[in-house]
Each structure stands twice: as structure tokens, then as C-alpha cells.
Design a protein around this ligand. Structure first.
Ligand SMILES: *Cc1c(COP(=O)(O)O)cnc(C)c1O
Length: 376
């Protein structure tokens, strides 16, 4: 990893900014607690490094999508930290989940009864988060299904409900009427389990009124510097810096074409810089003839299609010799935010981050103890 110049791009992950973003949200939603969503390798940024950083910033609650992700994180986090599996309890995985002290989200009565059965086998109670579908139409139980569980004495004896949760479909659009409708539905359903901590908000929800914060907020994208909603300036600190190396610069005569399919024609004599990153590095083909990179305060438009391992930039706007092979251009940084690049690509920050892939030279700032252990 650390050898300079062996990859086409470098990704810098600012762990201090992740910790600062965590504290910003924690202050914003207090007294609600903040759990960190570190699924999909912490949105592509490195689950181990990110989880350790957030633990040091005070986080004790972590959410992943799959049991496998939770099992990988369990040895990295102290036993006092709770790890919750959002996608639910897979059939046959009950003993594995219980043995590793992982908390499943029970998304259906079937999952709930299997977990209760596992508790009886273990001879103790097992913790669980219970999810109701308040209007997302994706995962969770109907309020009536939750009512049946709440009334089931055997279930109540076997399961320790540590959270009742639901998920907002439109939290990034603060005035969307679905938000208040989901809040009302969630409150009615959650009232069936009085005293159990409630969790409804994601990053977008953390920036909705305090009602939405309930007892626990689950934040992902905002920790990683993505804009939590579509209104106003992004309050989060940027976390990711992405640069790519110029591998060659060519002068193309007027009338010449660039790249696969000759989708770009040079109207004038042009200098074209090829950078060594492409769609195999998570820069989608939709950036072809649309997005840009930055160098020396100058916007360098992407011309031609995005290739697997390279992208072509029109650098004619820079004085000749100002940019050379070996120089680094900015794709995400002070001139171009993660959200801006995602928008140019016709996607969202979430997809951009989780697509970044494994080919970059990655640096963490600071290199955490956890990161050093892993590198050794
Ligand atoms: C992914 C996810 C989150 C985190 O959402 P962000 O918008 O990234 O904050 C929260 N809750 C659930 C159920 C999720 O699946």
C-alpha cells in the first residue's frame, strides 16, 4: 500500500474529521445518543479504522448490514460496544449471532421467534432491536405484528428489547410530508413497548426537528462528510480527499477525437491529460464528457468516455508546461466536494463512496493504532 507512485490515485481519509462530525451530530441531537452506521466497510472508507476512531470519540453503538460485517468488527471493538445487524437475523445463524454477542434487528415475526428460541437454548435472555415499517416499505414488521410479540409472554421472557427502530424514506427532504407521517406511525407502534429506547433518524433525520431524534440516532453519510440533506450548505466537515496522477499529456490537433467511441472531438488544438483512474476505481462512466478534475485552481473538464483505468481531461486552459505527467489532480477536495462529483455523475455521495474500491493508495490521518496493527 504505502509505496508512492504504484497506483493511479490516492485517497486520503481524515479520521479527525470523522470524529468531529460525530461530535457535531452528538451535540445537535443530545440528549439522544448517536450510533454509527459502518456497513459496507464504513461506506468504503475502512470499517476497522472508522469504528476505532468513533469508539475513541465516544461512540458505543455500531450498525452494520450483515452478520458477517458484525463478526469482522467484533474483535476490533470493546465488549461494551453494541453491534447491531440491520438486515436482520439470517435463518440458521442464531447460534453464531448469539455466541458473538451481536444484536440482530428483528424485522419479522419469524426472525423474532427464532431469536427467542435461541435465547431459550442459551438459557438466558438475548438482546434485540425490533424494527417496524413506518412507511419505508422495505424492512420491518407491521404494527400489528409488533403488538402480537408485545403480548407474547414467552417472547417477552426470552428477549431483551434494547431498541425499537424504524427508517425514514425522505429524511433528506426536510419538508416532505412522509416524514411527519412516519413519525406518527412510529410513535403509535413504539408505544406498545414502553421504556424501550426508540431510534428513527438517519443522517437526514438528525437535521430534522428534535421530535425525530427520539432516543438514538443512526448516522452514516454525515459522519463521512456527505451532505445530510438537500437544503442549504453542508454542515459536515469533508472527510475524503481523492487525487489522480497524470500519466501522459498529448496534443491533439483540431478535429481530432478522444477516447472510446470518439465521443469527444477537439474543436481547436487541445492538450489532453490522461489520469490513471477509471470506472474500475469507482468513477462512473456517467462522468464521461460531464465531470471535471481540478488543478492549480483551474477546472479541467473530463472529455471523452471514462475508461476502466483512465480518464482524459482537457488541460488546454492551463499555460503550456504548467501541468505535467506525474502531477496530481483533485477529484474530491477543496475545489470539488464529494456531493458535487456525485451530482456530476448523476448519483449520490453514498454510491460514490461505496464504489471507490481497493486500487487507491490509501492514507489515514492520523494513522490510528488500529490501522498500524493492521499494516504490521
Ligand atoms: C444505512 C442506514 C442508515 C444510515 O443512513 P445515512 O443516511 O447514511 O445516515 C440508518 N438506518 C438504516 C436502517 C440504514 O439502513
Amino acid at each position: 500500500m504505502g509505496i508512492a507512485g504504484i497506483s493511479g490515485g490516492r485517497l486520503r481519509i481524515d479520521l479527525r474529521a470523522i470524529a468531529a462530525n460525530y461530535r457535531l451530530i452528538a451535540e445537535r441531537v443530545a440528549p439522544a445518543a448517536v450510533g454509527a452506521v459502518v456497513k459496507a466497510n464504513a461506506y468504503g472508507l475502512g470499517a476497522a479504522e472508522v469504528a476505532r476512531t468513533l469508539y475513541e470519540a465516544g461512540c458505543q453503538l455500531f450498525f452494520v448490514a450483515h452478520l458477517g460485517e458484525a463478526l469482522a468488527l467484533r474483535p476490533i471493538l470493546p465488549a461494551a460496544c453494541r453491534l447491531v445487524v440491520l438486515n436482520g437475523l439470517p435463518p440458521g445463524a442464531e447460534a453464531l449471532c448469539a455466541g458473538a454477542a451481536i444484536t440482530p434487528v428483528l424485522n419479522s415475526p419469524d426472525q423474532a421467534y427464532r431469536w427467542a428460541e435461541a435465547a431459550r437454548h442459551s438459557g438466558g435472555r438475548l438482546p434485540a432491536a425490533l424494527q417496524i415499517d413506518s412507511g419505508m416499505g422495505r424492512l420491518g414488521m407491521a404494527a400489528t405484528e409488533l403488538a402480537a410479540l408485545a403480548a407474547d409472554a414467552q417472547f417477552r421472557a426470552a428477549i431483551d428489547p434494547v431498541m425499537i427502530m424504524s427508517h425514514l424514506a425522505c429524511a433528506d427532504t426536510p419538508d416532505h410530508p412522509a416524514n411527519t407521517a412516519q413519525l406518527a406511525c412510529f410513535r403509535t407502534a413504539a408505544a406498545q413497548l414502553p421504556g424501550v429506547p426508540r431510534a428513527l433518524a438517519n443522517s437526514g433525520g438528525a437535521f430534522l426537528p428534535a421530535d425525530f431524534h427520539a432516543d438514538v440516532v443512526r448516522t452514516g453519510i454525515a459522519l463521512y462528510g456527505g451532505a445530510p440533506n438537500q437544503s442549504g450548505p453542508n454542515p459536515m466537515q469533508p472527510v475524503v480527499g481523492l487525487e489522480a496522477r497524470v500519466i501522459q499529456i498529448r496534443t491533439i490537433a483540431a478535429g481530432g477525437a478522444v477516447g472510446y467511441g470518439h465521443s469527444h472531438h477537439c474543436e481547436r488544438e487541445s492538450r489532453i491529460a490522461t489520469i490513471g483512474v477509471g470506472y474500475a476505481d469507482g468513477l462512473p462512466r456517467s462522468l464521461g464528457n460531464r465531470g471535471a478534475a481540478w488543478y492549480a485552481g483551474e477546472r479541467l473538464p473530463i472529455v471523452g468516455r471514462v475508461s476502466m483505468d483512465s480518464i482524459t481531461l482537457d488541460v488546454t486552459g492551463l499555460p503550456s508546461g504548467r501541468i505535467e505527467a506525474g502531477d496530481w489532480v483533485e477529484l474530491i477536495g477543496p475545489h470539488q466536494s464529494l456531493d458535487r462529483l456525485a451530482d456530476d455523475a448523476g448519483t449520490i455521495s453514498y454510491e460514490m463512496l461505496t464504489s471507490l474500491g481497493a486500487r487507491y493508495e490509501r492514507t489515514y490521518d492520523p494513522a490510528t493504532p488500529c490501522h498500524r496493527e493492521q499494516a504490521a
